[in-house]
Design a protein around this ligand. Sequence first.
Ligand code: LMR
Length: 394
Amino acid sequence: MLSNLKPQDPDKILALMGEFKADTRQGKIDLGVGVYKDPTGHTPIMRAVKEAERRLLETETSKSYTVLAGEPAYRDAMAKMILGDLYDASRIASLATVGGTGALRQGFELARMGSPEMRVFYSDPTWPNHTSILKWMGVEAISYRYFDSATRGVNFEGMKEDLAKAKKGDVVLLHGCCHNPTGANLTVEQWHEVAEIIAKTGATPMIDLAYQGFGDGLEEDAQGTRIIVSRIPEVLIAASCSKNFGIYRERSGILLALTDDAKARDLTQGAMAFLNRQTFSFPPDHGARIVSTILGDEGLTADWKAELEEVRNGMLAIRAQLAGELRELSGSNRFDFIETHRGMFSRLGATPEQVELIKRDFAIYLVGDSRLNIAGLNTDSVPILARAIIDAGI
Ligand code: LMR
């Protein structure tokens, strides 16, 4: 049986991680996988996370099973963080998941349970695992225009036109903030327009919120999601704690479903728990408990927010430095988009050949579509990348 298996294409982002590790050149620079690194190239454990773990070590008395949908304290705290004043327990079903990817997968599964013929509209481009999961599930996936490769901003007219083609029973997948892979984001006004269009089509929006706090701030990054939730009665949100709490390997994610009323919420909650049971039974708990410990304590929350701001502002400073270097080297402002983009990523708009050349000649690793992870840079490596970009003719 197993000898009948077909070789699977490796995930390109994860394959690049392996390639980088295997590169023996001194001074190599990893701008591939979306993991935050401090200026020394280390992915630290956040202070509040360490403290929460210390408290858990002292106070946790059992490792017995919790709840199939995950600890309620975690789910409530996350729902409040994401929804702010729109938090309304009578409308929210929630599910702790295995990371943000688990939330996406369970979200797609849930949507398909309610709408077996659903199609999923996704941004062009999008995080490659979105389309990979949908393909594996056999779900029809339709792209909508998003990135304008000339301006490196959003092709909003194209996006609106394409979104209008969705219909009731479809899912429209949106990036809540910090668009991955481009770094180009919607304005608040554009979010309102998108909400109007989706409301007209009757489709269900699903928001991938993997980078809350990495763009314009914790509240600001939730604004698009909240605009959608305040306009549309039924919304799915797949969020991750990997990046903003820096707990990548703990695999802490959450799926929220905003429903029409309490009856639909109960049905949805039951379906969600069922999905966890069929997939892995109880979700991982340690990361979720770290998060609820932090969010349930004023002092820890304040410290976590302060550190998250340090991380965010550090990335903004790198963006400004890189755009400045490139302005100088190119004698033009054609790279200013790097300063306008938000989140961990920017898409440079280079060809695969140019990306390859930068890897070969400078030992700088970008994802093949020319996505670069801003958090992989520091003040010393920015000029090296800027020089490489110009030398590669980008
Ligand atoms: C990324 O886009 O690099 C991250 O979301 C990590 C991943 O799993 O691909």
